[in-house]
Design a protein around this ligand. Structure first.
Ligand SMILES: Cc1cc2nc3c(=O)[nH]c(=O)nc-3n(C[C@H](O)[C@H](O)[C@H](O)COP(=O)(O)OP(=O)(O)OC[C@H]3O[C@@H](n4cnc5c(N)ncnc54)[C@H](O)[C@@H]3O)c2cc1C
Length: 455
């Protein structure tokens, strides 16, 4: 420990190092339940690429594991510390280095908060689409680490589609440049894409070139009430089948609607079994919403309420963004699943989840990026009750098994981390797993980067 601190101090200003155990303990884990976290030896908050390189050279020389962190809003334990590790928090590297309206790119450091970037590019008439509900807190480095998605992905796609190039400090301290800042480019293997979703296991992202789009018109939303989740899912299929391009298509079940009302008095309709929110940022959103409203009614919607204006639409989005915090308040703990299925199987997924909730005698609220088939069943339980905790974990696993059965994936956007690593092996299969391990050891032969995650 002394040798580690001495070597780190040689290349870092004093304020970049935290060793007080009370403070380092607060960097031990992200926001996921049921994930082991170790005790870090030290937390380092670098401000430059050179400082990150110094940390990695030190870690390699002394064979100390390194856990990169952004804002620790992750929901899979992917940013959790391991015993004796260096926690490398990138939050102080938070400069927007360039925004180019001609090239339609932004060049940023990893600690830039998602909403800060969105606002900055918005002022120039540009748009950075990936918008996790945690956008006011989470960082671009974390978004790249988890390949995160969000509410607008049904139209604009996920983080992977917007990362053009990266600067990455490798485990031994070398600096790697991947990708490009051009609109096109196919030179060599796509290492940029490989880093997206790699959960800090291949290198430390210290700079990112991100694609931007022209800012679309502000979106208008509607809310549709359904007598069952199956009817709401039927509406989702009709909307997509008819070729509509909503900028948002989200579902909240009855439990979620009630939880949001309880937390934020949003006045959402409590008698509904499922609430579908749909928005358009097209040239004539009112016409698109009217067409979608008819499709909802054809699927059995009992009420279709278009928002009067942009402000009312934003309130509906706020309701959806508060779904996870609201469900977290239902009981003392939650486990948040992230199963994504082909959207044609969404109804089966939600019905199956309800059956799992009944089987285990638990409250499981479901909110979903319905247009993507990405469900977030949130298992609410009392963590002081051992039996309820055991049932919660078992139901969480059954939900993933159901997702795989329906042709889906165990994680649409939150990542594998510690929480789902046994399940990753099932999803990838033997050959896939072996190749992925080979890639990990090509980048990190000593296994120092974020050990114990993914595999
Ligand atoms: C209320 C709430 C709502 C959420 N909604 C969404 C949502 O809609 N969509 C969604 O996808 N997620 C959502 N999340 C999950 C979470 O916010 C995302 O996974 C987010 O991308 C994590 O960013 P972070 O900065 O907190 O990263 P962290 O949690 O700190 O880290 C995430 C991963 O990235 C790695 N990492 C971080 N920085 C770097 C770096 N510079 N270089 C290499 N690796 C790095 C870490 O090691 C870790 O593996 C939500 C979370 C909460 C609490």
């Amino acid at each position: 420990m002394d040798a580690l601190l001495e070597r780190l101090r040689a290349g870092l200003p004093a304020e970049a190092l935290i060793t007080d155990p009370d403070v380092t303990a607060s960097y031990a884990h992200d926001m996921a339940s049921f994930c082991d976290a170790g005790t870090p030896a030290v937390v380092v908050l670098p401000r430059s690429v050179e400082e990150v390189q110094h940390v990695m050279r030190t870690a390699t020389a002394l064979r100390v594991p390194v856990v990169p962190q952004g804002a620790r809003t992750g929901l899979s334990g992917a940013a959790n510390a391991s015993d004796g590790c260096i926690v490398l928090s990138l939050v102080k590297m938070d400069r927007i280095l360039e925004i180019s309206p001609v090239d339609r790119i932004a060049v940023v450091e990893p600690g830039v908060v998602n909403a800060t970037l969105s606002r900055a590019v918005g002022e120039l008439g540009l748009y950075y689409p990936p918008d996790p509900s945690s956008w006011e807190m989470c960082t671009i480095g974390g978004n790249i680490g988890t390949a995160s998605g969000g509410l607008c992905c049904v139209k604009y796609g996920v983080t992977a589609e917007y990362v053009l190039g990266l600067e990455v400090v490798l485990a031994d301290g070398r600096l790697l440049n991947t990708g490009r800042r051009t609109a096109k480019g196919v030179a060599g293997y796509d290492l940029t894409r490989l880093f997206v979703g790699s959960e800090g296991s291949l290198g430390i992202v210290v700079k990112a070139v991100l694609a931007l789009r022209p800012r679309p018109p502000q979106q208008l939303a509607l809310a549709a009430e359904f007598p069952s989740a199956a009817a709401a899912c039927d509406a989702v299929c009709r909307i997509m089948e008819r070729g509509h391009t909503p900028s948002l298509l989200e579902l909240m079940d009855r439990t979620t609607v009630r939880a949001v009302n309880a937390m934020a008095s949003m006045g959402l309709p409590e008698s509904t079994e499922a609430l579908l929110l749909c928005a358009f940022d097209t040239p004539d959103p009112a016409a698109d919403l009217a067409a979608v409203g008819e499709l909802c009614k054809a699927s059995g919607a009992t009420e279709v309420v278009p928002a009067d204006d942009v402000a009312e639409s934003e309130l509906l989005l706020q309701a959806r963004r508060s779904a996870l915090p609201a469900l977290e308040a239902v009981k003392s703990a939650t486990m948040i699943d992230d199963v994504c299925v082909p959207r044609s199987r969404l109804g089966a997924m939600i019905e199956g989840t309800a059956a799992i909730a009944e089987k285990f005698g638990l409250t499981i609220g479901v909110c979903a990026h319905a247009g993507d088939g990405n469900t977030h069943p949130v298992v609410c339980f009392d963590h002081t009750d051992p039996d309820e905790s055991r049932r919660a974990r078992a139901s969480f696993d059954e939900i993933m098994a159901l997702g795989l059965e329906l042709g889906g994936t165990i994680t649409g956007e939150h990542g594998v981390g510690v929480l789902k690593k046994e399940w990753l092996a099932r999803e990838l299969g033997e050959v896939g797993l072996e190749l992925q391990r080979g890639i990990k050891s090509a980048f990190d032969p000593l296994g120092l980067l974020n050990p114990g995650k993914l595999f």
